[in-house]
Design a protein around this ligand. Structure first.
Ligand code: ADP
Length: 509
């Protein structure tokens, strides 16, 4: 096993990897930008090194600085986490040049699967069913028109370099194609420096079901079951669960075996996820491969009993997979809520700032993978994921009840979060029945969430809001004084914070 691991990431995933290091007796080395000096991952690390100013381009995305720190601190391995450089083949290359093991797939496999069109080509060769569409970027609009006519509207324009739902546009008919094309290409250029797009058939309300795969460097490849991630807002996952309530043993095997074929075709090693869309008739279609650990990996850990980060480190150190396909058994159910610093009642605006209090839930079946603590100021420079709340139990019903209990215990003040949204989703009868699809949340959002606060038009409601604002302001001042911490934030800021706190939550939370 390695002696020292550099974690090229921040937040909850850096903390998660540090925990695996502790379990394995590996020293964990953190890096931090100027605004992350006091972050939880820095506090928990055995050593920590400054990596630059807040903008990730000048810090967490600097391969040269990472390599310098890895070598200076005597690391023999590097874990990229997810996001940032996790799917950039230049990172494993730089590691190889520096003689440091990269905890992830080889650069070549990343390249083969990185561009969505390249991955589709590979999936085609591996006999994996995929969404109807092309397997190469489309050179210009006219060619796009012909292809869209052939496939039949609605179609989806997708960025070749896509990720995070960026550079994606649904096109209902031929008249919308030109403007959607312009939007998709310019968004893709901004986000990825690559404006190429391609076309897929837009499936009507599919489910998003993905397969966790794992491969060692000795030719062993297994699938570790699926995760359903159909609860999405604008193509971004909000809740994930394992197993999928829609799954059958036959479908699991077919999807798992397809994912393994693709991994073999790509020469893949380490943890990876093959994403699929599944239609109402249980036909499945390849979507893309994520060549890294996923945000939602804990639900797979809960139902398989495996520690995926430990497996990653062992595979990167050259160990054989300790399990064969027949050893993989799934037990019970698990579900994850992504807790973000954002305001669902105000167009999901990010809500960075100081966490005044953070009282996490505990109890049977609850796991919290967090990257923050009480008193920490969440910077506005990065993805606002604060923590992942994961419940596991014998059945889906039990898991939903446990998440509801955990959310009712969870106290976060000082910043706004999306916990209210989870309470609404978990209480929804359709969700409880598992009757979900990738458009489900977007279509129901308006009915799930209360109208924005500014819409309060009755005098009594307006008075209630004012009283709540004053109470929140007083409370905030008392908290700040008694904690003898930073000077109180500006009036407009705490008034706004307090107002949201008091209105979206019960008074004692
Ligand atoms: P990204 O890499 O940008 O996240 P994905 O290809 O993984 O993009 O797709 C993200 C989500 O977008 C899917 O989970 C699904 O909700 C939606 N989506 C993608 N492709 C299609 C399609 N062909 N038809 C319908 N929905 C799609």
């Amino acid at each position: 096993m390695f002696k020292k691991l550099l974690i090229a990431n921040r937040g909850e995933i850096a903390v998660r990897i540090l925990r695996a290091c502790r379990d394995l007796g590996v020293a964990g080395v953190a890096v931090y930008s100027d605004v992350d000096r006091g972050a939880l991952h820095v506090r928990m690390a055995d050593e920590a090194y400054a990596i630059g100013p807040a903008p990730s381009r000048e810090s967490y995305l600097r391969i040269d600085k990472l390599m310098d720190i890895a070598l200076r601190s005597g690391c023999d391995a590097l874990h990229p986490g997810y996001g940032f450089l996790a799917e950039n083949p230049e990172l494993p290359r730089a590691c190889a040049n520096a003689g440091i093991a990269f905890v992830g797939p080889p650069a070549e496999a990343m390249e083969r699967l990185g561009a969505k069109t390249a991955a589709r080509e590979l999936a085609f060769r591996a006999g994996v069913p995929m969404v109807p569409g092309v397997r190469e970027p489309i050179p210009q609009l006219e060619a796009g028109r012909r292809i869209a006519d052939e496939i039949g509207y609605p179609v989806l324009l997708k960025a070749v370099a896509g990720g995070g739902g960026k550079g994606m546009r649904v096109v209902a008919g031929a008249h919308e194609l030109a403007s959607a094309w312009r939007d998709a290409a310019s968004e893709a250029l901004n986000a990825f420096g690559d404006e190429r797009v391609y076309i897929e058939k837009y499936l009507d309300r599919p489910r998003h079901i993905e397969m966790q795969i794992f491969a060692d460097a000795h030719g062993n490849v297994v699938y570790l079951g699926e995760r359903e991630c159909s609860v999405q807002r604008r193509h971004q996952k909000v809740i994930e669960e394992a197993p999928s309530p829609f799954m059958t043993p036959e479908l699991r095997r077919a999807m798992g075996e397809a994912a393994v074929r693709l991994a073999r075709e790509a020469g893949y090693t380490n943890a990876g996820t093959v994403e699929f869309l599944v239609d109402a008739n249980r036909n499945f279609y390849f979507l893309e491969v994520n060549t890294r650990l996923q945000v939602e990996h804990p639900v797979t850990e809960a139902v398989t009993g495996l520690d995926l980060v430990e497996l990653q480190l062992r595979a990167a150190a050259g160990e054989q997979l300790p399990i064969k396909q027949q050893d993989v058994t799934l037990h019970g159910h698990a579900m994850e809520c992504r807790i973000y610093a954002e305001d669902p009642e105000n167009h999901f605006f990010p809500s960075p700032g100081k966490i005044i209090s953070w009282r996490p839930p505990h109890g049977p079946g609850i796991r919290l993978d967090e990257g923050v603590y009480s008193g920490w100021t969440v910077p506005g420079d990065y993805d606002p994921l604060l923590a992942k709340l994961i419940a596991s139990g014998g059945s889906r019903t039990e898991v939903i009840a446990r998440l509801q209990r955990a959310l009712s215990e969870f106290q976060i003040t000082g910043i706004r979060t999306n916990t209210l949204l989870f309470e609404k989703i978990l209480a929804n009868p359709e969700f409880q029945k598992g009757a979900i699809h990738t458009r489900w949340l977007d279509e129901r959002l308006a009915s799930l969430l209360p109208a924005p606060v500014s819409d309060a038009d009755s005098p009594s409601e307006a008075l209630e809001i004012k009283v709540a604002m004053i109470a929140a302001a007083l409370w905030h001042v008392c908290q700040t004084k008694s904690a003898n911490e930073q000077p109180a934030p500006s009036v407009s800021r705490w008034r706004d914070d307090g107002r949201r706190e008091q209105i979206s939550r019960t008074p004692d939370r």
